[in-house]
Write a protein of this length. Structure first.
Length: 349
């Protein structure tokens, strides 16, 4: 088995000594021939993977966060098809494997890998030894692919602000995420993007909603993580379905505060959950969706700022890529309010 390991040395938890632990674990896999390369700039992983086939490598191992995974997927899969089906069969391109060394690592954790790089590498070695693979759907935005999530507004604002925090030398702790999210929420209430949604799901059902202050699309369950907290916006969502859409219709008063708690992973009481349904928009197994804002807004893809747009078209492509993944996976569930509060201060129960 020929494997190309692509590593992003700038990801959150990656240190030189980490590879002294990872490489021997991978080399313990019988018959694995490993070739390693480091990325040097944004888009480098995409360039490394462009045009690769199974004749070149059996598997590409992405060592990094969700942004690195995104670049590898865009390189392997190439241009987004207009037919709603993958332009390349997943048998034609190398399979994908992941070792998480980013901050959120949503893709790897949603596949069932531990968030710690060494434990995740041991799990990956097990899947490589036993050939544990599955095919999964991928999301698209305009002419590009995404693996985890995409959205206008608050999530893009949080990502941009957290990037500035990191540039000042501070780590991305749950408490800092909370502070940045609260500031972004205040800005959102003052300057809502007024997102219009037009979507169709696998059953042919069409939904249209206008002037949403918040709308997010996810290809995974959970949508994201705030530190240890799974942010479960669409509980039915999975890699085997279309996209999950989640929107908030109101930001003012208790409705807005409750919606924010749900986004942060709080396990709300039953009465609050029922009440919140009237103030949120959810749509599962979506194959096509157009998002249009009243004016140009920040847009994020897989935890990276993608630019400013007024309109974005999203889609879902079934069985787009083969991935190595463990067979045992724990379905994420929201945390209790107590655990939610304590987790932001890194207090363990």
């Amino acid at each position: 088995m020929k494997a190309l390991l692509i590593s992003n040395p700038n990801s959150t938890t990656q240190q030189p000594e980490l590879f002294r632990h990872l490489i021997p674990v991978l080399r313990s896999v019988p018959g694995l021939h490993l070739h390693a390369q480091f990325t040097h700039h944004a888009g480098h992983a995409t360039a490394m993977c462009e045009g690769l086939t199974r004749a070149d490598y059996d598997v590409v191992i992405a060592v990094g966060g969700d942004g690195t995974v995104n670049e590898v997927i865009n390189g392997l899969l190439g241009s987004v098809p207009a037919t709603g089906e993958a332009s390349k069969s997943y048998h034609e391109v190398p399979a994908l494997a992941v070792i998480p060394t980013g901050s959120a690592n949503v893709f790897a954790r949603a596949l069932g890998f531990p968030p710690e790089p060494i434990q995740a590498t041991e799990t990956l070695a097990h899947t490589l030894r036993h050939g544990l693979t599955r095919t999964i759907d991928m999301g698209t935005w305009n002419d590009n692919w995404f693996a985890v999530n995409a959205g206008f507004g608050i999530d893009a604002d949080v990502i941009a602000n957290m990037e500035r925090v990191r540039q000042r030398g501070f780590s991305a702790t749950p408490l800092r995420y909370l502070r940045v999210t609260v500031r972004a929420w205040r800005r959102l209430r003052k300057y809502p993007p007024n997102i219009s949604v037009s979507a169709i799901n696998r059953d042919g059902e069409r939904r249209k909603v206008a002037k949403l202050p918040v709308c997010m699309a996810s290809n995974t369950n959970p949508w994201s993580f705030f530190g240890p907290l799974p942010v479960v916006t669409n509980p039915r969502n999975s890699f085997d379905m279309g996209l999950g859409l989640f929107g908030v219709t109101r930001l003012d008063g208790i409705a807005g505060a409750t919606a924010m708690l749900q986004m942060l992973g709080a396990n709300l009481p039953r009465f609050a959950t029922s009440w919140l349904k009237e103030r949120t928009f959810t749509f599962d197994d979506v194959l096509e969706v157009d998002l249009t804002c009243a004016k140009t807004q920040r847009f994020q893809v897989d935890g990276e700022y993608a630019g400013d747009f007024k309109t974005v078209t999203l889609g879902a492509i079934p069985e787009a890529i083969e991935v190595y993944a463990p067979t045992d996976k724990v379905t994420p569930t929201p945390m209790s309010w107590v655990r939610l509060a304590l987790s932001f201060f890194d207090i363990r129960l």
